[in-house]
Design a protein around this ligand. Structure first.
Ligand code: PFF
Length: 491
């Protein structure tokens, strides 16, 4: 069998798939909280600085490398230096493990899509989420109780991801992005337009434009902005590199990076106007202070929003499903992107065809995700999330910066980027990648370790130990396994 190289059939397919990979749960429920807790309007300054300094700069490294090599991450790092292949498998394993719990959260959302048509969460969404959806328990024995609804929804999301990823690039990821992304935009537009008509909306959206300038002097605010950009743009997850490797010759890399970064940020800022307006309405009607409503993540989506829909009357039977469908669509386009880089490296090294790789990866992924469908699932998920995102992924990004900034011939990347792009990069970008970015990521990483370590308990220690051993052993084994694809060794 010989290698089959995929190629995007249009630049639009690439851009939409890239935006789809970036726009995800992080944009919808992480950003409003980060924005609010870090100075409201004034947060826009560190945020915009982060888009350029961190976001676009790092995406450009991934684009240049993927486009230049036209190979998978594992093979690229092998080409740079044989010793670096385990780093690639480490990054890919982190991405894969992130996908296993990300799918679970998208699965919870699927349950809420169904519930939203009848407001099936009842009068007390808080208790409903803990007792009826998660069946959450703190006891270790909870790991032996399966929660059927969650298991089924996790299965459905993995199945959808498999259906998309096993297909040809343009027929699968390309087509799905072209359908889901415009739909997502229309739905968010409808939600924001409606939310602005609600009484009390201004209590909410004015927060975004009410700057707290003193926050700018706080280093944690700057780190929060860096962290949001890393999460939201899916940096260091081999996605941009993989997607760029499928680009035909003549592509405008820098232009594309700017379009993707601004679309992603534009989406999250616009979307948060809707979220804040709806929360403003809730603050007015319920008397609950605004700051208690702006929670993060699952609390916002699966508790606060159902509470809001309960007070909204019959229009919530339209807005509710739209809201949860937005999360579902944004989640699916991110899941398929997370999987693509992993599948590409496996199929390129072991010469396994696309469909079979996707099948194997999705089956293993589903098996791991079942841990999150147990009574202890949400606790384990929290540990996975904080360890993998705050520690392992940042370590991967730091290594990538050092490898491509210091070990690889960096000037070649500048040439690759400037070849066809309207916007050019130069020495400033080089300085950012070699010095500024590693320092920023290191600070974020140190902060992440601090948070993970201060939140330690017997369950999290066990999970972190298992994850650490896995992240050392598995990449080592995968890099030692001989490649079936003999071209793999042609550096
Ligand atoms: N950028 C996407 C999001 O904001 O949800 C995808 C993603 C980011 C997935 C970070 C997973 C993750 F840890």
């Amino acid at each position: 069998m010989t290698e089959v190289k995929s190629e995007w059939n249009s630049n639009l397919a690439f851009v939409l798939a890239m935006i789809g990979s970036a726009v995800g749960l992080g944009n919808i429920w992480r950003f409003p909280n980060v924005l609010y807790s870090n100075g409201g309007g004034s947060f826009m300054i560190p945020y915009i600085v982060s888009i350029f300094l961190l976001g676009i700069s790092f995406v450009l490294v991934e684009y240049a490398v993927g486009y230049k090599f036209k190979k998978s991450l594992a093979r690229i790092l092998f080409t740079v230096s044989k010793k670096l292949e385990p780093v690639a498998w480490f990054i890919l394993l982190v991405v894969f493990l992130i996908t296993t719990y990300y799918v679970c959260v998208v699965g919870w959302d699927l349950i809420y899509v169904v519930l939203s048509f009848t407001k099936g969460w009842g009068a007390n969404p808080d208790l409903y989420f803990a007792n009826n959806v998660l069946h959450a328990t703190d006891s270790v024995s909870g790991i032996f109780t399966i929660v059927p609804n969650v298991l089924i929804s996790i299965f459905v999301i993995w199945f959808i991801a498999w259906l998309i990823n096993k297909r040809d690039l343009n027929e699968g990821i390309g087509k799905v992005s072209k359908i889901l992304l415009p739909l997502l935009c229309i739905m968010v537009l409808a939600i924001v337009a409606f939310s602005l008509t609600l009484p009390g909306a201004s209590i909410g959206y004015s927060q975004i434009f009410k700057p707290d300038w003193s926050a700018l002097g706080n280093s944690e605010v700057w780190l929060a902005a860096f962290g949001q950009i890393v999460f939201s743009l899916s940096l260091g997850m081999a996605i941009a590199m993989t997607y760029a490797s499928y680009l035909p010759e003549g592509s405008k890399l820098v232009d594309n990076a700017v379009i993707v970064a601004f679309s992603n940020s534009g989406f999250e800022v616009f979307n948060s106007i809707g979220i804040f307006s709806i929360l403003g309405f809730m603050a007015l009607t319920s008397g609950i202070p605004f700051n208690e409503l702006v929670t993060e993540g699952t609390g916002l989506a699966f508790v606060v929003f159902p509470q809001v829909f309960n007070t909204m009357g019959s229009v919530s039977y339209i807005i509710g499903p739209l809201f949860f469908l937005c999360i579902l669509f944004a989640g699916i386009t991110s899941v398929i992107a997370l999987l693509e880089g992993v599948c590409y490296s496996i199929s390129e090294k072991f010469l396994i065809e696309r469909k079979k790789t996707a099948t194997a990866v999705c089956i293993v992924g589903f098996c791991i995700s079942t841990i999150f469908a147990t009574g202890l699932g949400s606790t384990i998920l929290g540990v996975f999330d904080s360890y993998l995102n705050n520690f392992a992924l940042l370590l991967g990004i730091l290594l990538e910066c050092l490898i491509f900034g210091w070990i690889y011939k960096f000037d070649d990347l500048i040439e690759t980027l400037n070849e066809n792009s309207t916007i050019k990069v130069g020495k400033l970008w080089k300085t950012v990648i070699k010095f500024i970015l590693p320092i920023c990521i290191f600070c974020l990483w140190a902060q992440g370790i601090y948070y993970t370590v201060t939140d330690i308990n017997p369950i999290s220690t066990t999970i972190i130990t298992i994850l650490t051993v896995t992240l050392i052993v598995v990449p080592f084994i995968l890099s030692k396994l001989p490649a079936i694809n003999k071209d793999y060794y042609n550096v």
